[in-house]
Design a protein. Structure first.
Length: 302
């Protein structure tokens, strides 16, 4: 198992897509480090076909002992483990710092001690905050939430250790470990259950990315096929939308009513991203939001 890739936090929304992708498309063994005591159903189902190459490790990225054990015989690390999202971090501020920042420090430092130099870090567009034009990789971070602040510091640590930092925009699309709190997924669920979509701050801009493209970018980055250490905005110009445009797109697919509302705890992010740098080495395959909405609706109906 000397050619293994470790995925920290590999049982979540991205990880549940990434794990089978790596097993199907690469010769690597895959280790999944997760705080869950046992693998969730999507991971368990893979064990029959990939028993010799899929290895579950129950542990915490903040524990040097757990991380050292997980990194043994690895050639690369995809670091996903994080407390994700504004609301989760505001509810658990200590965990936001200890997991997102200190966990990243532990993983990256121990990877270096084991001479592992292939590190892909799942960063976020949330660190941009509000940007009037297009946010490029040179745009200074200006986060507007604890989540953004924590991930900004975590990214700095990852970059100091030679990582490729993939700044992921707002993800959407089906995953075996579904998240319904993400913008497009949430609007699809509201359209099915409530027959209406309430849009707060409709002019706020968001960049979007299908979760399967996020997984493919991370897998490609760990293969080092043209990727160098540094920052990459991950996505496509066609998936820059306003929140109102997203709601109207879902509304056209579902006949749900779209109306304006007031959020007592508004999300201040307002940013479109530029993808000129990453386009030289990688492009997403799913760049049509209308084509992706039916597959999300199918899950929402269940």
């Amino acid at each position: 198992m000397s050619d293994a890739v470790l995925i920290s936090g590999g049982s979540g929304y991205i990880g549940a897509v990434l794990v089978p992708l790596l097993l199907q498309q690469t010769p690597h063994s895959v280790k999944v480090l997760s705080r869950l005591a046992a693998p969730p159903a999507p991971i368990r189902r893979l064990r029959g076909e990939y028993a010799s190459r899929l290895h579950w490790i129950s542990g915490d990225v903040r524990s040097p002992r757990d991380v050292s054990r997980a990194l043994r015989d690895c050639v690369g690390v995809i670091h996903l483990a994080a407390l994700v999202g504004r609301s989760a971090c505001e509810r658990h501020p200590d965990a936001a710092i200890s997991i997102n920042v200190e966990g990243t420090r532990t993983v990256c430092a121990l990877a270096r001690t084991q001479s592992i130099d292939r590190i892909a870090f799942a960063s976020t567009a949330s660190l941009y905050g509000v940007v009037s034009g297009r946010a490029t990789e040179e745009t200074p971070p200006a986060p507007v939430s604890l989540y953004g602040f924590a991930k900004t510091e975590a990214e700095r640590i990852a970059l100091d250790h030679g990582a490729a930092s993939l700044r992921l925009p707002t993800l959407f699309g089906p995953s075996p470990r579904m998240r319904w709190d993400l913008l497009v997924n949430d609007y699809c669920l509201r359209a099915v259950r409530c027959r209406e979509i309430v849009v707060c701050n409709g002019n706020a801009r968001r960049s979007l990315l299908h979760v399967h493209d996020a997984a493919e970018a991370l897998a490609d980055a760990i293969a080092l096929s043209g990727w160098r250490p540094g920052i990459y905005n991950i996505g496509h110009e066609a998936l820059n939308y306003t929140q109102l445009e997203v709601a109207e797109c879902v509304g056209r697919c579902t006949q749900a009513l779209v109306r304006s509302g007031v959020d007592p705890w508004p999300d201040e992010r307002d940013c479109h991203m530029s993808y000129m740098k990453v386009a030289r080495i990688w492009r997403p395959r799913r760049t049509s939001l209308p084509e992706a909405i039916p597959e999300i609706l199918n899950l929402a109906i269940r």
